[in-house]
Write a new protein. Structure first.
Length: 184
């Protein structure tokens, strides 16, 4: 028995093959970020910072050298993104809450310079705490988009307690590296 339609498809196999996916470029990267991420601009800033931190080895983390000290990569990302929120009304409200709390407990120094320093340190702690959460959320979206691979290094990596002194390591994919730095 002869099936002409079966053999006819064989000759058209080259035409029927799906075209190769075009290489990811910056507009394509932004398009995918917009479709996957809840906050695409923030996620793009995080992706760009991870790419900068991973320029030499391909991976950012578990620590990033900042001057003469090493900082966990999530803390480094948080600190790098702090200037973005400098004029945010919520940040100003945090400073007011900290001041009120210290005054209520009578822990605010009488010296204004010392008081401002104490308030700034406490505000920085609170911002870093919420910033770590924001960075983790953005990295999770970048992982979902296929732009970043995340793994952990540290003591007892496979321990059931996720916090077991592990530090995150972020690796951007080669596709993303080519899109961000097309000439290198």
């Amino acid at each position: 028995m002869f099936q002409p339609d079966f053999f006819a498809a064989e000759g058209n196999a080259e035409r029927a093959a799906p075209p190769a996916a075009p290489a990811l470029d910056l507009p394509g990267l932004l398009d995918r970020l917009t479709s996957v991420c809840e906050r695409p601009r923030y996620s793009f800033m995080v992706l760009n910072l991870i790419a900068q931190a991973s320029a030499q080895s391909g991976s950012a983390g578990p620590y990033v050298r900042e001057g003469d000290r090493e900082v966990p990569v999530r803390d480094w990302l948080c600190d790098a993104l702090v200037p973005v929120a400098r004029r945010d009304p919520r940040r100003l409200a945090i400073a007011d809450k900290v001041r009120a709390k210290l005054e209520q407990r009578n822990e605010l120094p009488s010296d204004t310079a010392a008081a401002e320093l104490l308030i700034a340190v406490e505000v920085q702690k609170r911002i870093r705490l919420s910033g770590r959460t924001n960075v983790s959320r953005a990295v999770s979206e970048l992982v979902k988009a296929g732009f970043v691979q995340r793994h952990y290094r540290g003591y007892r990596v496979d321990h059931h307690n996720r916090g077991a002194q592990r530090q995150a390591v972020y690796t951007i994919t080669d596709e993303v590296r080519r899109a961000l730095y097309p000439r290198s």
